[in-house]
Design a protein around this ligand. Structure first.
Ligand code: GLN
Length: 478
């Protein structure tokens, strides 16, 4: 069953070749046997998973099954669940039991999915390596000395390791697509607003979006279809139908490669793998042209002003009074200060300080306001480019999976690696990473970004690309 996609599993369940409880037990056992070496999960609830599986089987038996009935799913631990704690990888939410399920969790339940557990992440999704989690690192299933990327490293590693066919993560600046690339799976970030953020613990609200992981594009689409669509409980939710894959033949598809990424920070081996993939797409009738996106080079600095600014405001709510544990101090102010001082990790504190700074009187115009202007300019540049090409393409990450600890002394270098992914968040565009080859045995991802609301076509194009490039293998974990 490890090799089965979510779609194949759904078909096998419908044909009664296997029961929902057998599927759940298979994956729970695999997690128990192998996750010690990966660390993808922060919590696994066997009991809850088996209850959901029994319920799913009943619906399969009585003909009322939903599209995902009996399909195991893992959730990044910044999506709220009443049944299991939601910690965001932070001590400040240790053991926290939210009072409501995220909208996507409600949708999964309606669709019949079986939630296996919660996956590891960088604290509050701030990071690109899953190393800033307060509960330990996650390891890359392709090489356990390496990072799976982040911040949704747990979900990406879980899918790559065959612990579940599909998983949800969140993508504020690349946190679904970058770990997908580093783990050799598909990662999809829909158009901002197509999936409700209700119950996605806020990091940078104008950029945050729930995203999907699968071994295939079809599976990512399958999951997207189940969890997307309008939610009146999120004021930024777009009143449109759920995302679903539209078939798109490759012949005539126009791909644009930003010339600014040609001789910049892309590792030559990664560039070679991506070029080879683009060459094979040309053979299938796609055209690849060079495009001009000057503001791409400003993306990372713009993102690292806007995201911390929003985070400094969003994370003000963790005061030791309303959520999670408390560290007593002198009076109210002292208690808030010691709780925040002791229970937030270094990266999160650094970002809150930075965010407060760029919003403070005297610096607001120089930093925050300016960043917003660049954001607008960048979105306009992309929209203009989308009149000439269908998709902007590039490597997802300038490098393949790096060693754990490699960036411990150089946090800026890790942030610089968000170069290719942040523009889609700043513009609200849909964007998808799919495996396109390997370098030294480590997966390389190809990133496709399209205009707002082109999600169905984006998935369809990615599906055709995946068929042209051939299936990507899974790592061998035993
Ligand atoms: N690496 C980026 C950051 O550290 C993106 C994080 C994300 O998308 N959640 O902010």
């Amino acid at each position: 069953m490890t090799g089965w996609t979510a779609r194949e599993t759904a078909a096998a369940l419908r044909r009664r070749e296997v029961s929902a409880v057998e599927v759940a037990e298979f994956f729970l056992d695999r997690i128990q046997r192998l996750d010690l070496q990966i660390g993808a999960f922060l919590a696994v609830s066997r009991e809850w998973a088996l209850q959901q599986a029994e319920l799913a089987q009943k619906t399969i038996d009585d003909g009322s099954a939903g599209p995902l009935s009996g399909i195991p799913v893992a959730l990044k631990d910044n999506l709220t669940t009443r049944e299991i704690p939601t910690t965001c990888g932070s001590r400040i939410l240790e053991g926290h039991r939210p009072v409501y399920d995220a909208h996507v969790v409600e949708r999964l339940a309606q669709a019949g999915a079986v939630i296996l557990g919660k996956t590891n992440l960088d604290e509050f999704a701030m990071g690109g390596s899953t190393e800033s989690s307060a509960y330990g690192v996650t390891r890359n299933p392709w090489d356990t000395d390496r990072s799976p990327g982040g911040s949704s490293g747990g979900s990406a590693a879980a899918v790559a390791a065959g612990f579940c066919p599909v998983a949800l993560g969140s993508d504020t600046g690349g946190s679904v697509r970058q770990p997908a690339a580093l783990c050799g799976v598909v990662g999809f970030k829909p158009t901002y607003g197509r999936v409700s953020r209700r119950g996605l613990v806020a990091f940078a609200s104008s950029l945050d979006q729930v995203g999907m992981f699968g071994r295939t594009v079809e599976d990512a689409a399958f999951l997207a279809e189940a969890v997307s669509g309008h939610d009146p409980g999120d004021s930024t939710s777009i009143p449109f139908e759920p995302v679903s894959l539209e078939p798109v033949p490759l012949k005539g598809v126009r791909l644009g490669f930003p010339k600014q990424l040609r001789d910049s920070a892309i590792d030559p081996d990664v560039a070679r793998v991506v070029d080879a993939a683009l060459a094979s797409l040309r053979k299938e009738g796609a055209s690849v042209v060079e495009i001009d996106l000057p503001s791409i080079e400003l993306g990372v600095s713009t993102y690292y002003v806007i995201a911390p600014a929003e985070a400094s405001s969003n994370l003000a709510r963790y005061d030791g009074i309303r959520f999670g544990p408390r560290v007593d101090g002198d009076g109210h102010v002292g208690t808030v200060a010691s709780t925040r001082g002791k229970l937030f990790g270094h990266e999160v504190k650094m970002r809150m300080i930075l965010g407060t700074y760029v919003l403070s009187a005297g610096y607001y115009d120089a930093y925050y306001h300016r960043a917003l202007q660049v954001r607008g300019m960048m979105a306009a540049e992309f929209e203009k480019v989308f009149q000439e090409v269908d998709w902007v393409v590039s490597p997802t990450s300038p490098r393949t999976a790096f060693r754990l600890g490699e960036f411990a002394d150089d946090p800026l270098a890790l942030k610089a690696m968000d170069l290719c992914t942040v523009p889609a968040n700043l513009g609200g565009f849909p964007s998808l990473s799919l495996p396109c080859g390997a370098s030294d045995g480590l997966p390389v991802g190809l990133l496709l970004t399209g205009p707002a609301m082109s999600d169905g076509r984006l998935l369809g194009t990615a599906h055709s690309i995946e068929s042209a490039l051939g299936p990507f293998p899974a790592p061998d974990l035993g």
